[in-house]
Design a protein around this ligand. Structure first.
Ligand code: PMV
Length: 366
């Protein structure tokens, strides 16, 4: 990686002073749902196309990192607990992420870390847990750096660095450090956008679009048939890859316009096309994957019928799994939530759905 921030962050890296003893930091960071999907990447977690997401409010990871100078008795540098339990499969991923931060945060190699993390949402619920957890840990790492440096960066620079570092853990995580709507990936029509970090795009957004609800319908909570890393990999030899990357790029300006004008119909058309295209790409990969379940399709059909009859603004999106994110403005919450209870809830596993909404981004806790 030779982007200018890589050089800057490496150049300004701080070393751990000999007299440094210990500290603690805690951040909660939310998940996000992509409206224009990131699916396909290049070397160094660089997205093949720009994406646009909405940060969630209630689906958050909470990370507490206790750190102290390593001593000769420390055989390893990390003790990791998820909901107070050791989780070897998550530990491996956390270790890999922390290693990728070493060029920028060399002090991490000298520290023993005890990390406790919790999620407010169930695992495999169609909520991107890696976005919430990797952004939380990136924020903690950036804050540890500030504690060592004894100096705070400007908020904008701090968040940009946190977004850059989050990306190294999970691409979509770089969008979680900002409230509301976020674009990640360089786009000529989005000033300031970049492949290495996300930027917030909340200026001029229509009031109704700033109060968006997201009802997450848990159609199935089973393990995904394909990991997102394997899915990104499949795009390298997908016959429609070039067209897909152009379509996604072309979806960004009209989606932003619909967010600014409050044109829900235009918004729905793009958001639903994006969701179904993501699944279409998986179905037409080699090997192929069908990640929707029969109840996903039944629910989509119900949503379409309800929208036609009620004329209410609501639409759906999907992540790389069978669960549905039903999006609607807050002022229609009552009618839509009745519809969920009457016509969609029975299609959900254990009648489970999660009421979320647009969120205000990560929070540092003391
Ligand atoms: O961040 P990753 O590598 O888990 O990829 C996320 C991919 C999607 O969730 C399907 C789309 C997106 O843009 O979040």
């Amino acid at each position: 990686m030779t982007d200018s921030l890589h050089l800057k962050y490496k150049h300004e890296a701080v070393r751990l002073p000999e007299n440094f003893t210990e500290g603690m930091i805690r951040w909660t960071s939310p998940s996000n749902i992509a409206l224009v999907k990131y699916w396909g990447k290049k070397e160094g977690q660089i997205p093949a196309n720009p994406s646009l997401s909405m940060t969630l409010k209630h689906a958050v990871s909470d990370f507490t990192v206790r750190y102290r100078h390593k001593n000769s008795k420390d055989r390893k540098g990390l003790d990791y607990y998820f909901h107070n339990q050791a989780k070897p499969e998550f530990t491996v991923r956390i270790e890999r992420f922390l290693r990728s931060l070493h060029p920028y945060f060399p002090f991490l190699e000298k520290l023993h870390l005890i990390i406790h993390s919790d999620n407010t949402f169930p695992h495999s619920s169609g909520i991107a847990s890696s976005a919430a957890s990797m952004s939380s840990l990136a924020l903690c790492s950036c804050s540890i750096e500030e504690q060592i440096r004894k100096e705070s960066a400007k908020k904008k620079d701090f968040l940009r660095k946190a977004s850059y570092m989050s990306r190294l853990g999970s691409g979509s995580a770089c969008r979680s450090v900002y409230p509301g709507y976020t674009v990640w990936g360089k786009h000529d029509r989005v000033p300031g956008s970049a492949d290495e970090y996300a930027i917030p795009v909340n200026t001029g957004i229509h009031e109704e679009m700033l109060e968006m609800r997201d009802a997450i319908l848990i159609i199935s909570s089973g393990k995904k048939a394909v990991s997102s890393s394997a899915g990104h990999e499949l795009m390298k030899r997908h016959p429609m890859a070039t067209t897909r990357f152009n379509v996604a790029r072309n979806h960004i300006p009209p989606l932003l316009e619909s967010l600014r004008s409050g044109d829900f119909e235009r918004y729905s058309r793009i958001v639903e096309t994006e969701a179904l295209m993501l699944h279409g790409l998986m179905m037409s990969s080699s090997p192929w994957f069908i990640l929707m379940k029969p109840n996903t399709l039944k629910a989509i059909e119900k949503i379409r019928q309800f929208r036609q009859h009620s004329k209410l603004p609501l639409c759906f999106t999907l992540d790389a799994g069978p669960n549905i994110h039903l999006l609607y403005p807050q002022h229609n919450a009552e009618e839509v939530e009745h519809f969920i209870e009457d016509e969609l809830q029975y299609l959900c596993e254990n009648r489970q759905w999660i009421a979320d909404e647009m969120g205000r981004g990560p929070v540092k806790l003391s």
